[in-house]
Design a protein around this ligand. Structure first.
Ligand code: SF4
Length: 187
């Protein structure tokens, strides 16, 4: 049997993982804490991720899911975590956390893993090294370390809130908020 791989179905975040897994996109420091050189490098990296997402055929679906359905970390669908939180505030919604599966937490598109996904995987494979966990999750070792450090330091994750029983926003609602983001003009 011949297996034909359709490259067009692979999102850029899966093929440009060095961009999406860069620690600075997951935990951006404030402009004040960066030198001019670091800031330029960060802006350039963010613009590159933005360009990749902007050309992704899954962008609209990925953005909708990352805003309305699953709260993931990192840069996803041309947005930072702060951008997505802003859109949710505008829409007046809170995100219901996904139910874990035996394989861990589901992911949005090919984007970054959530804190819950890392902790689920750690629980399922307590003897794995960070590198092995990263391979299982398809993310960088530094991302795994960052989430484990957050757990060790007792950074309390906001308890998942049950979304209000109102109709979810439409795709157009989300896109309108997205268009108003300053960062949506980056690329
Ligand atoms: S994060 Fe979403 S929009 Fe960006 S490349 Fe991946 S699947 Fe596409």
């Amino acid at each position: 049997m011949t297996i034909v791989i359709d490259d067009t179905a692979v999102p850029p975040c899966a093929t440009a993982s060095e961009v999406y897994h860069d620690e600075s996109l997951h935990s951006p420091r404030s402009r004040r804490d960066m030198s001019a050189h670091e800031w330029r490098a960060f802006v350039s990296l963010r613009a590159e991720a933005h360009r990749q997402c902007a050309g992704c055929p899954m962008l609209v679906d990925c953005l909708y899911r990352a805003v309305v359905e699953v709260d993931v970390s990192g840069f996803v669908a041309c947005t930072t975590e702060t951008d997505r939180a802003r859109i949710r505030r505008e829409l007046g919604i809170v995100v219901q956390q996904p139910q874990p599966t035996t394989l861990g937490m589901p992911r949005v598109g090919g984007g970054p893993v959530s804190h819950e996904a890392v902790m689920q995987m750690r629980q399922a494979h307590p003897k794995d090294t960070c590198q092995q966990l990263a391979e299982r999750l398809g993310c960088s070792t530094s991302t795994v370390k960052r989430h484990l450090r957050r757990a060790r330091l007792g950074v309390v994750e906001a308890a998942p809130k049950v979304a209000a029983a109102k109709a979810p926003p439409s795709v157009d609602d989300v896109l309108e908020c997205f268009d108003r983001l300053e960062s949506s003009q980056v690329a």
